[in-house]
Design a protein around this ligand. Structure first.
Ligand code: SF4
Ligand code: SF4
Length: 413
């Protein structure tokens, strides 16, 4: 395992961080806790010393499973990163309440790396006006948190404004070879690094979409490369090639992927990719940009939709439908998953065009418009039953929405 230093403190962090947001699932649903605990401990035994969770992950269960995983002496071997959810905060005392609750849930005296979760312009203005900077100062002074940071989904101007607004120790940004110039991007990376801020990377494989099943054109480029690597390895090496990157988070839940990531994290030095290797990655990026219909990363920030649309799910299968034109299964999967045959109805045609989702989409996608395209292309006769399905789903979703927002920490009002 390679390690990189946090500029302001000298803390040495493994370049591979364990993202605890996509935990393994049991066949009948629910987190496979034993496996999730075993996987994290294995990674820690092999050098990982940074694990990232949040109250929103797995509806609050991620922090609880993490607490169990870090029993038996594992807590002392790892830095915990978790997050304050701005959407749950209405006052400064709420911040203290949530942090104290997290310390209790995690069974620890302090959070090593504490982030404001998913900041954009509106959420930053909100928490700033509620006194979040004073809260962070106090929490650092009394030892409840060691390092203060923020994760980010917004534009570069907002990113720079946030960087300049507080003495941050670290930040967390989305960065991969497809998103080099999206959100904070390479410009934000350099800007934050110039201020001595450690940079943690999320979505290095774009929610897995840069690995797994690949379009034929992309597969051919990788297959023709003189060096044989998996698409995931290429993607990770591209991120680690940047010297300003400190930790790359991977939401690992498969033992083979954990082993592969551990191996690569032992080799991927900064500036270690050659110019021909970088040119291969650039060709892949250009090809993806040409083939992709909707640039959804599957982050899920737009969910839940009050009308019940599985927004990332619909986009994912719509993209797959276009990226794999020889494979007709995406359309069948779409009807099965979103038409109500295999799970709850959640198809694009349910969209009521309320616009709520596009206000919070970090990719700034015109979601209702694109869902309209998805509906036309993927749904056919399904729209006949929309009025009936809408009513039932709206009621169910209202319950789901409340659960999503307040399931982790119910703040006394
Ligand atoms: S615009 Fe459509 S998809 Fe977006 S939240 Fe509203 S109903 Fe859901
Ligand atoms: S539509 Fe936007 S917010 Fe929703 S999952 Fe995709 S990228 Fe994320």
């Amino acid at each position: 395992m390679l390690y990189r230093k946090v500029p302001k403190t000298g803390d040495e962090l493994s370049i591979l961080g364990f993202g605890y947001m996509r935990l393994p699932q049991k066949k009948r649903g629910g987190i496979d806790e034993e496996r999730a605990i075993r996987q994290l401990r294995y990674a820690i035994d092999n050098g990982v010393n940074y694990v990232d969770t949040a109250p929103a992950y797995h509806l609050g269960k991620s922090e609880k499973v993490l607490a169990r995983a870090l029993a038996d002496g594992y807590r002392d071997k790892v830095r915990i990163a978790t997050k304050l959810p701005p959407w749950s905060v209405r006052s400064k005392p709420d911040m203290d309440y949530i942090l104290d609750s997290q310390l209790s849930t995690l069974g620890t005296s302090h959070i090593d790396y504490y982030l404001l979760h998913g900041l954009g312009n509106l959420s930053w203005e909100k928490v700033k006006n509620l006194g979040v900077r004073e809260f962070l100062d106090k929490a650092k002074n009394d030892g409840r948190i060691i390092n203060a940071g923020f994760s980010f989904h917004g534009d570069i101007a907002t990113f720079k404004a946030i960087v300049d607004s507080y003495d941050w120790d670290f930040c967390q940004i989305q960065f991969n070879y497809l998103d080099e110039h999206e959100q904070a991007g390479i410009e934000g990376l350099a800007y934050a690094a110039g201020k001595g801020i450690a940079i943690m990377i999320m979505e290095p494989i774009r929610g897995g979409s840069l690995a797994g099943l690949l379009p034929d054109e992309i597969k051919k480029i990788w297959d023709d490369a003189p060096v044989k690597r998996s698409p995931a390895e290429w993607a990770l090496r591209w991120v680690w090639n940047h010297p300003d990157v400190t930790v790359v988070l991977s939401g690992m839940n498969d033992e083979r992927h954990i082993d592969e990531n551990l191996r690569v994290a032992g080799e991927a030095l900064p500036n270690s990719l050659s110019l021909p290797e970088l040119a291969i990655i650039a060709r892949v990026r250009d090809t993806y940009q040409r083939l992709m219909k909707v640039g959804c990363t599957g982050c899920g920030y737009c969910m839940p939709c009050p009308a019940g649309v599985d927004i990332p799910g619909c986009f994912s299968l719509y993209n797959a439908h276009h990226l794999f034109p020889h494979d007709r299964s995406a359309k069948f999967q779409y009807i099965g998953r979103h038409g109500g045959l295999l799970s709850d109805i959640s198809y694009a045609g349910l969209c009521r065009q309320c616009g709520r989702c596009e206000k919070i989409c970090p990719q700034h996608l015109p979601i209702p418009e694109r869902l309209n395209e998805v509906s036309k292309e993927m749904e056919g006769g399904m729209n006949l039953i929309v009025p009936v399905l809408k009513t039932g789903l709206w009621c169910m979703d209202k319950i789901g929405q409340i659960g999503r927002i307040f399931s982790s920490y119910k703040i006394p009002r």
